[in-house]
Design a protein around this ligand. Structure first.
Ligand code: SF4
Ligand code: SF4
Length: 117
């Protein structure tokens, strides 16, 4: 299996997630994406790396890793439970985490190229 690059994984996820995300407009545009407000794609290399470094059957283990490594550097909200975007279900990373994990792990076999990270 040829490991996809981070860019290829990002494209896969854009295809999977932007189509079901409430923030997307009917014409495919997304204000959040254009303004840097989508933490999933704004921080995607770090998201991919964090998931790649985590192995568990328990989603909470991934959730904890994302909170610790991604939320702490996210400019769209504080890392603690007070993140308004998370509370309002407006953070695509938080909202679609199981699908994101599944897509990255299934596609990459946890062995994607890190040369661009
Ligand atoms: S907020 Fe992010 S995941 Fe949602 S449509 Fe925009 S770019 Fe895609
Ligand atoms: S939950 Fe909040 S802090 Fe974490 S990535 Fe999403 S917007 Fe950023």
């Amino acid at each position: 299996m040829v490991a996809p690059t981070v860019e290829e994984l990002e494209k896969l996820l854009r295809d999977d997630i932007c189509g079901i995300c409430d923030e997307a407009e009917a014409n495919g545009k997304c204000v959040e994406r254009d303004s840097g407000g989508c933490s999933l794609f704004q921080l995607f290399p770090l998201v991919a790396q964090t998931i790649n470094e985590t192995t568990s059957d328990d989603i909470n283990v991934y959730l904890h890793a994302i909170r610790e490594k991604v939320c702490t550097v996210c400019l769209n909200g504080p890392a603690d439970s007070a993140c308004a975007k998370r509370i309002e279900a407006r953070c695509a990373l938080d909202q679609f985490l199981p699908l994101i994990i599944d897509t990255i792990e299934r596609s990459s076999g946890k062995a994607f190229s890190r040369s661009v990270l």
